[in-house]
Structure formats: structure tokens, C-alpha cells
Design a protein around this ligand. Structure first.
Ligand code: PMP
Length: 307
């Protein structure tokens, strides 16, 4: 479905949707050096829209640009404000926010240094990423034949435009085979993450996720789940694991801003647990939704109200 909105924030001002255009010589379009974020705003139980973990997302955007040696011509506070203003200007409640930083047109070639760093914030109304059915009953995933980028090939701690070729190759590969999400292994063969989500497994009550010090993006939802688990006196162990540990897990789920907390019911044609979302997955998923859009306020620091 085509994206639409009334206004887009572009280089410091809100402009009509149709005017937010760039030249075909836009450097990032050719070479992929740029950074972006994916953030959700939820209309909460009390009717007030709140952006979830805005500060952490904008901090990661600045980290991504720092990794790329791109200087954003705005402060973090200004980009946070741009996100709030974009939601407001469009009158949205539930929506997805996409700040993007890219190199504009001007010079070409890999050594270009003078192209203007441009910043836009786009908001649109976006439903569940892996489907409502998937959120409820779990999805079918497959390990992709494409390895996650080596840690010295692409900088995994950055959410960098060009990195997503790797994710899209994996996603398209498994979708063409009838699966909904791709699980990617690192270049040593250990589980890394899904194409756009971090991954958790549970066996005998122990919750395990891949370590931050590897090839994964430092997901903000991952961090949210770790904190929500701690709130429940559950410990999350960060360790490398193999694909067959997923096969024999009692529960597996993936987490991300877009995918939220999505159970996985089958991997590589092996049923996970009894093939339905397990109790810890359901409990953490419920806690997540209570915090993002329900009435839970135990982590008020995660919410930026738009009004
Ligand atoms: N890994 C990858 C590759 C992603 O694209 C995303 C989505 N940004 C995530 C993990 C999850 O990150 P977050 O929870 O911050 O959205």
C-alpha cells in the first residue's frame, strides 16, 4: 500500500507530502551511505499518542551517522522535536516514524565530501509488520542462505541504509519459499538475528538472546524486553547459540519496532514447542503492549507524549 501523509519534515521545516522530493544524483541513492530509524507512536489507552523510546532511537540515529562520518546539521533535541511535530502536523495517533539522514546531490564518487547532509522525518499509519495473525499465533521462519554481514564488513551497530541489501536478500529468499521471516546466521555460523528483528529463545524457563557484541543491531525492543523480563525477576542470558538450539527451544520470538513481539511457531519446518506461542512469550508480549499502548506507566521514561 502506498504511503501517504499530509506533511513531511525536511531539512528543518514541515512541507507538503508531494514536495518532499530529491534529485536522482542523491549520493545515498547510488552508494547507500546514510542512516535511518524506525520508531512507533501509539495512541495509548487514555487516548494520548506517545512516541515509544524516542530518545534512544534518535541517539542511535546519531550513533549510526557518527559511524558513517556524517555530521547531522541538527541537534538530537531538534530531531526529537521534528518527530513530535511530524506526528502532530498529520494528526496521527498510531503511526510509524522514519527519520532518515542521507547525502544529497552534488559530487559523485566514493570520495565525495561536500554533499549536503539532508534529514527528513516521515510519518505514516502502519499496521502490524508481520500480520495480526502472526502476532497472535506465531509465524513460520526459515534460516537464510545469506549470512549476516561480518562485523568488519558492515558496522552492525549502525542502522545504515546500505546494510539492508543483506536483509532484503534474506527476506526475499525465504518469502519466495513461503515463509514469513528470515533468520540469519553470522559468518561463523551462529544465530545472529532476523532480517529486521532481534531473536530470543526459551528453553526450560531460561531466556537467551544473542550478545550485543556481535553482528546484531542493538535493538531498542530487545532492550525493552530485557528490562521487562528483569521487572519479572527473569534473567536474560546473552550468549551465542546455534540454529539447532532454536529447533529444540520451547519458545522462540523475534522483536523489533515494526514487528513488535512476534512469536515463531516453526523454523526450517521444525515445530517450536507445541506450535503455539508459549507462556513466557505471551507474558512478555502482553507486557510490551501494556507499556507501548496500554496503561502501564512503570517505565514512564520510555514515553514521549505528543500533545
Ligand atoms: N535488527 C535489525 C537488522 C533491524 O533492522 C531492526 C529494526 N530496527 C532490529 C534488529 C530491531 O531494532 P529495534 O528494536 O530498535 O527496532
Amino acid at each position: 500500500m502506498a504511503i501517504s501523509a499530509d506533511k513531511i519534515w525536511f531539512d528543518g521545516e514541515l512541507i507538503p507530502f508531494a514536495d518532499a522530493k530529491v534529485h536522482v544524483l542523491t549520493h545515498t541513492l547510488h552508494y547507500g551511505l546514510g542512516a535511518f530509524e524506525g520508531i512507533r507512536c501509539y495512541k495509548r489507552a487514555d487516548g494520548r499518542p506517545a512516541i515509544f523510546r524516542l530518545k534512544e532511537h534518535i541517539r542511535r540515529l546519531f550513533d549510526s551517522c557518527h559511524i558513517c562520518l556524517m555530521e547531522i546539521p541538527f541537534s538530537q533535541e531538534e530531531i526529537e522535536r521534528a518527530c513530535i511535530e511530524t506526528v502532530k502536523a498529520n494528526g496521527f495517533g498510531d503511526c510509524y516514524l522514519r527519520p532518515v539522514v542521507f547525502l544529497g546531490d552534488g559530487e559523485m564518487g566514493l570520495g565525495a565530501r561536500t554533499n549536503k547532509v539532508r534529514v527528513s522525518v516521515i510519518a505514516w499509519e502502519w499496521g502490524t509488520y508481520l500480520g495480526e495473525e502472526g502476532l497472535q499465533n506465531g509465524i513460520r521462519a526459515k534460516v537464510s542462505s545469506f549470512a549476516r554481514n561480518h562485523v568488519n564488513t558492515m558496522m552492525a551497530k549502525g542502522k545504515i541504509n546500505g546494510h539492508y541489501v543483506n536483509s532484503i536478500l534474506a527476506k526475499r529468499e525465504v518469502m519466495l519459499q513461503g515463509y514469513q521471516e528470515a533468520i540469519m546466521l553470522d559468518t561463523e555460523g551462529y544465530v545472529s538475528e532476523a532480517s529486521g528483528e532481534n531473536i530470543f529463545l526459551i528453553r526450560d524457563g531460561e531466556i537467551i538472546t544473542t550478545p550485543i557484541g556481535g553482528s546484531i543491531l542493538g535493538g531498542i525492543t530487545r532492550d525493552t524486553i530485557v528490562q521487562l523480563a528483569k521487572d519479572r525477576d527473569l534473567n536474560v542470558k546473552e550468549m551465542r547459540f546455534t540454529r539447532d538450539m532454536l529447533y529444540v527451544a520451547d519458545e522462540v520470538f523475534v522483536v523489533g519496532t515494526a514487528a513488535e513481539v512476534t512469536p515463531i511457531r516453526e523454523i526450517d519446518n521444525r515445530t517450536i514447542g507445541d506450535g503455539t506461542p508459549g507462556p513466557l512469550t505471551k507474558d512478555l508480549q502482553k507486557a510490551y503492549f501494556d507499556h507501548v499502548r496500554g496503561s502501564a506507566t512503570t517505565h514512564a521514561e520510555w514515553l514521549t507524549f505528543v500533545d
